[in-house]
Design a binder for this molecule. Structure first.
Ligand code: F3S
Length: 398
């Protein structure tokens, strides 16, 4: 891979340990994937923030880098293993909290914005159309590539961090137009009637498209929250963090409609629900906010919960970024949700918090949330926000 003089100096260690280590990672990656050069990135989003996933080895790696490493571009973090302020109320242990705080301190020392969200585009990390970035959270990567039209590979935590220290990433994969060509036409003939249908659609398209880039037709309209839910699902149940939606996402018009065609019908949406929903009626955990809630979603939750009470022995979480929660505080939504017995889980989410063994059955609006909660040993139910709120106040899924 070609390196400029400045890049070679960084690789030789002239900017210190963190930059040298980062250059080693980026050059190795570039060589594996056949990149010819490094390209500048406008921003970075780093996953692998939860101590639950990092462990002591990960923490040690971060502390080493933090000794002399400072990020060169706007860098934000994926959710951590706990709400950084309110962890006690969410039942996190002192030991875990101590370690998680050490992880966050290391990131802070590197100059990273301690934002801890999978929706960085809602809080100011918003790339423009065509901009190269190095993001790692799969739903955010898919949103950046498909809804915003930015260009990013699905980075691992270390390669994203390396891009942040160098301000560059190897030019391969989805940074190159030749790898962004849609190669399967997905005709949607199903009607989407509720929010969770977007997660079901992501499941259906992810399964049908397999390793191809879908060019989706037949969707008349989509809100940003629906698209973010779809992004999370399509990449969880499929493979590619990129799709085009005719008339809705940018760039679709640049490509011819692929000849290879599959159709998504109503029965495919039903099949998705059948796969995602387990046989269970008693619900002890309801979590909304996968990906993290927007202020509009929190307003809806607050409206539906007003004057109600969460059932005894049932936890209701709203997962969001701290910045969006601050808006919710100002608008009075937080007070309504908390008065009903709901809790905010800022900076974290149901997949990365240490929840194994704590709950038996989850209700959520998110297909991706169900996928990861099953790995945490829970039975899962996916439905509309109204259905989830009903489960929260009755403890039952009807
Ligand atoms: Fe975000 Fe966690 Fe879902 S990172 S997309 S809330 S699994």
């Amino acid at each position: 891979m070609y390196l400029t003089k400045e890049e070679q100096r960084m690789l030789d260690g002239e900017e210190g340990y963190a930059v040298r280590k980062s250059m080693e990672i980026l050059v190795a990656l570039g060589e594996i994937y056949g990149a010819e050069r490094l390209i500048k990135v406008g921003s970075v989003q780093v996953a692998g923030v939860s101590y639950h996933n990092l462990g002591d080895a990960g923490l040690e790696f971060l502390n080493e880098l933090a000794k002399d490493g400072k990020v060169k571009v706007l860098t934000t973090l994926n959710p951590a293993g706990m709400d950084l302020e309110n962890w006690r109320q969410l039942g996190i242990s002192e030991d875990f909290a101590k370690k998680q705080e050490m992880v966050i301190q290391a990131f802070e020392k590197m100059g990273i914005l301690v934002s801890c969200t999978c929706t960085p585009y809602l809080i100011g990390n918003l790339p423009r159309y065509g901009e190269h970035v190095a993001w790692s959270e799969s739903s955010a990567v898919t949103f950046a590539n498909s809804v915003l039209g930015a260009k990013t590979n699905r980075e691992g935590g270390p390669s994203a961090l390396a891009a942040a220290f160098v301000g560059k990433t190897p030019c391969y994969g989805l940074h190159l137009d030749e790898n962004r060509v849609p190669d399967i036409h997905v005709k949607v003939e199903a009607t989407l009637t509720k929010f969770s249908d977007w997660g079901a659609l992501g499941y259906a398209i992810g399964k049908k498209a397999e390793n191809k880039i879908p060019y989706i037709t037949g969707i008349r309209d989509a809100e940003v929250d629906e698209l973010k839910s779809f992004c999370a699902s399509v990449v969880t149940y499929g493979a590619k963090p990129l799709f085009y939606m005719e008339g809705i996402t940018p760039g679709a018009e640049r490509w011819p409609v692929p000849k290879d065609t599959v159709t998504v019908e109503q029965r495919d949406i039903q099949e998705a629900y059948d796969h995602i929903n387990d046989e269970v009626s008693d619900i002890d955990f309801i979590c909304i906010g996968c990906p993290h809630c927007s202020i509009k979603e929190i307003a809806e939750i607050s409206c539906l919960l007003e004057g109600k009470k969460i059932a005894a022995n049932t936890e209701f979480w709203v997962a969001t970024s701290r910045s969006v929660k601050q808006l919710a505080d100002k608008r009075g939504y937080t007070a309504v949700i908390e008065q009903a017995g709901g809790k905010f889980a800022c900076d974290t989410c149901m997949a990365v918090a240490p929840l194994k063994g704590r709950f038996k059955a989850l209700a959520t609006t998110s297909a991706k949330g169900c996928f990861y909660s099953r790995q945490n040993g829970m039975k899962t139910k996916m439905g509309s926000l109204e259905e989830c709120i009903e489960a929260a106040v009755t403890g039952k899924w009807r």
